[in-house]
Ligand binder design. Structure first.
Ligand SMILES: [Zn+2]
Ligand SMILES: [Zn+2]
Length: 306
């Protein structure tokens, strides 16, 4: 596996990944030509939320960490909606993420801002041919599902299909509801391009920002951080220090004040039987957390009294 330094060489570039990155970012420039309408911004926001949930609840908490159980049908729905984010298939994503957890912030980590620099951890690692394929052995518990293997193989089809649907929706709205002042190109620009790029950078930030900026409750053997802003943007995955300390938990915000939208939605889904066996942090994790907090309070008190 990779050893320091991880640098992009022309021979090792994944041109397909670079082309997708450039295409998606360039597509956002369409907004200067199409203008904006509230319906286009609403589409952008709704599609962002839907896919952030699928990435957080599906790709991350389910496929990577098996932190709850669900049916094969809902498993496929999570995989399909996650795939709409254009971050490859669930098996590829989960395999790399499992590798990240077993090598967190060591030299062999795939994306560590401390080891390889902020931008490598954020997005440059994806451009390396080294990571184009994932080690299927790391996701053996899911790799036998044919539908997941198909999504991994044809991962570009769902996002392209969604782009076409947004264009079509804009064309229909333009004809049926001209007062909304939208168009096919405007819905494509906001609903697909802007929304997808926002999803990308939110998810990328968990690998870059959540390993460099924020607080550390637990003394995990890595540089993971808890970051409220990131937790809001990623529906809870910004509580990354909690998560690295106890990755099995379906709940990343361990305390009531740590907002974790994915966990709330998973709880709702569990009430209607769509998901079940949600893992929570065991008591010993809370005891450790309370001990650290009281030590923090003591040292704050010491500082104030000196
Ligand atoms: Zn994880
Ligand atoms: Zn991490």
């Amino acid at each position: 596996m990779p050893a320091k330094p991880l640098a992009l060489s022309t021979a090792g570039l994944d041109y397909l990944a670079i082309a997708q990155f450039v295409f998606l970012h360039a597509g956002c420039l369409l907004v200067f030509w199409t203008g904006v309408s509230w319906v286009a911004v609403a589409a952008c926001f709704a599609f962002y939320c839907l896919r952030i949930f699928a990435m957080s609840a599906g790709y991350h908490r389910y496929f990577s960490h098996r932190s709850y159980k669900t049916s094969r049908i809902f498993q496929f729905i999570l995989a399909l909606v996650g795939c709409l984010s254009n971050q490859k298939g669930p098996l590829w994503w989960a395999a790399h993420h499992r590798y990240h957890h077993s090598h967190s912030d060591r030299e062999t980590d795939i994306h560590s801002p401390g080891q390889h620099g902020f931008w490598w951890a954020h997005c440059l690692w994806i451009f390396s041919l080294r990571y184009r394929k994932a080690d299927q052995k790391l996701v053996a518990n899911f790799a036998h599902y044919v539908e997941l293997r198909l999504l991994d193989k044809f991962y570009l089809v769902p996002p392209l299909f969604s782009a076409a649907l947004f264009f079509l929706l804009g064309v229909i709205l333009n004809l049926a509801r001209p007062e909304l002042q939208t168009s096919g190109m405007q819905m494509l620009a906001w609903g697909f391009f802007v929304s997808t790029v926002l999803v990308h950078h939110a998810i990328y930030s968990v690998n870059s920002l959540a390993h460099s900026l924020g607080s550390r409750r637990f003394n995990s053997a890595d540089m993971s951080r808890n970051n409220l802003i990131l937790a809001l943007l990623t529906f809870g995955d910004g509580w990354h220090n909690n998560h690295h300390y106890y990755p099995r938990s379906a709940r990343h915000g361990f305390y009531w004040w740590e907002i974790d939208l994915t966990h709330y939605l998973l709880k709702c889904l569990s009430y209607v039987g769509i998901v079940w066996d949600l893992q929570s942090p065991p008591e010993r994790i809370y005891i450790t957390g309370t001990r650290i907090r009281s030590m923090d309070h003591l040292s704050e008190h010491d500082c104030q009294s000196t």
